[in-house]
Every structure is written in structure tokens, then in C-alpha cells.
Design a protein around this ligand. Structure first.
Ligand SMILES: [Zn+2]
Length: 315
């Protein structure tokens, strides 16, 4: 363990208010572990907006240390062929509520662009895309799409010409909001910079599978995931930041195979066997097995929330 990792372990913050509604009406719910380094975190339940959040996250200055591992790298690497094809099918449905609101040529920021699938999909349909994420430009896969490496927790101007009301501006936060240290602060900045629409895709705390999977639930993923949203908490977040929640839906991808993966990684080094190592490999979140499980889950599950926000005209 190098010095920066030791600092990260010891440098925790204690949140004094809810990062979504600023309320102080929250109570302890459970403890969960990081499946990479086994650090323990406390989840609390905000009774005002219903979000769950990690009350003792690493400080803003050290949280990046929790991304310098396989979990961080996986966020911007493409998965297996089958995974990639399913992703593109899913994207068509996920992005449609947004794209049908926009004229061709509208400016869209892919905030937390990951493997670039969203950017590529929207770019191919004639939108003007800017992608932002934490990893270096050299790892971005699409040279014809503008990409900028930034700290997503530190807002920067998103658009080149601020305040041009003739151009509709939108931001896609696909599996990003749950990673942001201060989600309400970032969303308020979007509002102030003329972002008309925000498309949000986050894990659903109300997933029917979560209680069955307990502490192994893949989407706990602390401290990379800092907040666990419900549809109600997204409504509260939107209202607080000057946005109207136009629509929400839930749907499912795999959470069983990936939760088994997390369970294997949570085992202590001493109890690792050849079998657990083999299971860890085949249950990788971007494995074909996880992709097949996603297809099955799509018939009954609800582990993902999809929400479209529109800026109130006068805020
Ligand atoms: Zn709250």
C-alpha cells in the first residue's frame, strides 16, 4: 500500500446534511464494504427525500484513489461483443425520450462519458457532442468527438458560447450522478449555464432484487457510488435545482451475476480458492454471462431508474 492509499483510508468526511435535499433528518441504515479494498462505509436513510447515502465518504481530495483500480478502469473499457451489442440496443431506448425533444445539431454534453457509447450514438445521429470524464485523452476511443479530461466534481464551463438561448442544450448523466460528490451542486450549475434537459440513468435503490442480495448487491459499490436514488429522491433533487421531472421509468439489467462477482471479491484473501477465482472471472460485469443475465432480468427487474428533467422557464 503506497502513501496516497494510506492517506485515503484515513481521510474521511462526515456529512452533516443530505447531499440531495440538505435536510438533517437521516438515520443509520447499514454498513457496506468496498469489494476492492474492503473498507467499511456507513449508509444512512434521509427521511425527507428518501435517498440513501454514504455518510462517511473519503474526502473530496482523496476519493480518486478509489478509482485507480480495476473498478475505475472498467468504467471506460468496452465489454464483450455481446455486451456491446446489448448496450447499443439499450441506448436507443434510453436516449429516445431526450432525442425526441431536440432538434438535430443541438448541443449535448456526455458528462461522465465512460466508454464513449453514449457520445458515439448521439454523434452518429447528428448531435453536437462534447464528452467529459476523468481519464486521459489518450484513452478516449473516438477522435472525431470532442473529449476533455476533467474532475467531474469540479464544474467547468460546459459549452463554448454561454447563454445562447437559440441552441437547445442537454446533459446526459448515464451512471454518473451516483458518483458525484455533491449532485445538487452540479445540477444547479447545469441550470445556471442554460442546460434545458438533463437525462439521468442511475441504479434504483428500490430494486426488487436488492433486499435479496443484501450487502452483496452490486450497485452498492462504495465509495465510487456515494448515493442510492429512488424515483422520489430524483424528484426532490430536480425540484431543488430548478428542473421539472418530466418522466421516470425503471428497467433492469443484470444484478445477479455482478452481485455474485462482488460477493467473490468481498471474500478474504485467505478464503480464496481456485473455484472462487474462476467464479470471479466468469461473473465479471462486462462478461457474456452478465450480458445474458441482463436479457433475462429485463422481463421482471427494476434495478435502473431512467429520468428526464426539463429546466423550469423561470427559476
Ligand atoms: Zn434528503
Amino acid at each position: 500500500m503506497d502513501e496516497s492509499e494510506i492517506t485515503a483510508k484515513n481521510d474521511r468526511k462526515n456529512r452533516e446534511c443530505c447531499p440531495v435535499c440538505l435536510g438533517k433528518n437521516f438515520v443509520p441504515e447499514r454498513k457496506i464494504r468496498d469489494h476492492i479494498d474492503h473498507s467499511l462505509f456507513s449508509v444512512v436513510h434521509c427521511h425527507d427525500c428518501s435517498v440513501r447515502f454514504i455518510v462517511d465518504p473519503p474526502s473530496l481530495g482523496t476519493i480518486q484513489n478509489y478509482y485507480t483500480n480495476d473498478a475505475g478502469i472498467r468504467m471506460h473499457k468496452q465489454g464483450s461483443g455481446i455486451h456491446h451489442r446489448l448496450r447499443n440496443l439499450l441506448l436507443r431506448d434510453e436516449l429516445k425520450p431526450l432525442t425526441k425533444k431536440l432538434e438535430p445539431g443541438s448541443q449535448i454534453v456526455d458528462y461522465g462519458a465512460g466508454d464513449g457509447s453514449v457520445s458515439k450514438f448521439l454523434h452518429d445521429r447528428g448531435f453536437e457532442i462534447s464528452a467529459f470524464d476523468m481519464y486521459p485523452q489518450a484513452e478516449w476511443l473516438y477522435p472525431d468527438i470532442e473529449y476533455q479530461q476533467i474532475d467531474l466534481n469540479i464544474p467547468i464551463p460546459l459549452f463554448r458560447i454561454p447563454g445562447n438561448e437559440k441552441i437547445t442544450r442537454a446533459v446526459v448523466l448515464r451512471h454518473t450522478l451516483e458518483h458525484l460528490y455533491e449532485p445538487a451542486k452540479i445540477l444547479s450549475i447545469f441550470r445556471d449555464t442554460g442546460v434545458n434537459y438533463v437525462l439521468i440513468v442511475v441504479p434504483n435503490y428500490k430494486s426488487i432484487m436488492r433486499p435479496l442480495l443484501g450487502g452483496n448487491w452490486y450497485y452498492w459499490d462504495p465509495p465510487r457510488h456515494l448515493h442510492y436514488f429512488t424515483e422520489r429522491s430524483l424528484y426532490c433533487l430536480a425540484e431543488r435545482c430548478g428542473y421539472k421531472l418530466l418522466e421516470t421509468t425503471t428497467y433492469a439489467v443484470d444484478e445477479v451475476v455482478t452481485s455474485l462477482h462482488r460477493r467473490m471479491l468481498l471474500k478474504n484473501e485467505e478464503t480464496q480458492t481456485n473455484l472462487t477465482r474462476a467464479v470471479t472471472r466468469i461473473t465479471d460485469p462486462k462478461s457474456p454471462l452478465a450480458a445474458i443475465s441482463s436479457v433475462i432480468a429485463s422481463f421482471f427487474g427494476n434495478c435502473i431508474i431512467h429520468a428526464l428533467l426539463e429546466k423550469y422557464k423561470q427559476t
